[in-house]
Each structure stands twice: as C-alpha cells, then as structure tokens.
Design a binder for this molecule. Sequence first.
Ligand SMILES: [Fe+2]
Length: 296
Amino acid sequence: MSGFDVIRIGGRIGAEVVGVDLGAELPADVITDLNSALLQHKALVFRGADLDDESQLAFAARFGALTKAHPTGVPSVEGQPEVLPIDGEDHRANHWHTDCTFVRTPPKASTLRGIVIPAYGGNTLIANQATAYLDLPRDLREFADKLWAVHTNDAGQPLLETDRADEYRKMFLSTIYKTAHPVVRVHPESGEPGLFISSFAQQVAGLSMSESRAVLDMLQRYISRPENVLRIKWNPGDLVLFDNRNTQHYGPDDYDDQPRMLHRVTIAGDVPVGLDGKKSYLLEGDDAAHYTPAVV
Ligand SMILES: [Fe+2]
C-alpha cells in the first residue's frame, strides 16, 4: 500500500482509510491502491477529509468520468452540475437501494461528503450484495443466477409528507426509466458475482408482480442481514467512497426535523453483465447520455 493504512471496520464490508490527504494531488499509484481497497472492502471511510465541492469533484474524477448529479429533473447544487445535494428536507432514502439502477449504465461508485450532520441518527447503512449472494443456499443461488429484474425510478419509494418532498418526487419522476438488469451481476473489475437488486427492482422477468415481490423480498433478506451491513456514523468533513456495483445503501429516517446535508458525486459506470455474458437492456426511457457517458 502507498503509505496509508486500511483498517477493517466490518467483518464483511467496510474499511477506514487513514493517512491519505484527499485534498492533495495524489500520485497514480495511490489511486490504484485505493481502487484495490475499494474492490476488496466495497466501502471506504475517510474521516475528517474536509473537502469542498471542488476537491470532492477532483478526487472522484481520479476514478473515472463523472456523471451529472441525477438522470431525472432532480437539481444539482447551484453552479455544480455534477454535485447532488442530499438534503433531509427534500427526501429521506430510507429504503435499500443502489443508486440510479433504473438507467442502463448505473454509476460505478459514489462519493458522499458529510456537511451538516444531525446530533443523533442520520447514519448511512451500506450492504454487501456479493457476500449476500454467497449466503444463498446453492439451489436458491442457481435459481437467482438465471433471473432478470426490471428496475424503474417509478417504484413508490417512501415519502415525506411535505410540499418540498412532493416537489422532489415530481422532479424524480419527470422522466421514467425502465431497465432490465441481471439479478446476479458479474463485477466488471473483480469478476466477483453478486446480487444486483434494489428497491428500484420491481418485477422479475417472467413472473407476476406478486411472485416478483416474494422473490425479491426473499433475496433482499439475505442482503439486509446485519452480517452484510456496515453502519457509518457521520461527522462533518467525513467522506465515504462506495462501490455501487455490488452494494446497496439505506439512510435511516431517524433524525426527526434536524437538518442533514451531504453532497454526492458519482463516477460513471458501465452496462451490467450477467453470468451468461448478457448485458442489461433498456425497456423505457433513453440511454441517459445527458447524465452519464453512453456505453454500448
Ligand atoms: Fe442513494
């Protein structure tokens, strides 16, 4: 490792990285080693990184091309088209999801930066979908291996009952996307297979809605097991980098009316591939080229 320490904080997911200044011009070998640590631990926590928008963008861009803030009409931070505000007044992501899996090329990874952190609650949970896959009994794994699921942003996520939240929901649904993804995705860098579902996954191809719900809920229970979940308690200035190709995350809505603000910058990903080599395909909406590089 290039002069920094990687300290595991969960048995199956998560590490804190100590001794690297994310605001500095990092040499290429440090980025390569951080990427290796990301592949291994899936979520990296950098305490007290103390970045601003510019340095968060610069750090994220070392891992690949950036996406715009969001594929739908959800607005970016003013003057920063690649920075998404995560504001507890607009929306609380208290559902297990993988960012933007409703487009054909969901992000590779996300960076989250803590800015305003509530005195209690407001943690982020991140789950390892690769170890969840290994937890499946063999027959169930072989069943999951063949499944495909339709992901959409019109998935009925939980809502705050405020006018601001209504406005956010309208923007979130201003464009409807539907994409079929393999339920078991092969990680493009590590080759590791993992479950690839999300609360955006609504229907399993070939099954009715109620059968789909039962199958997805059954698989989700393996992902949400505490063994597969890391819980991150935020301090202002912390930065978290997580792999969006084999994790899910959840933002508990447990901080009452305290303010909470994170800024998110995401790194563009490629088209998911199943165990049979087949790639994800669009069912509704465009290739989201306004959001992320269109990958053939
Ligand atoms: Fe998210």
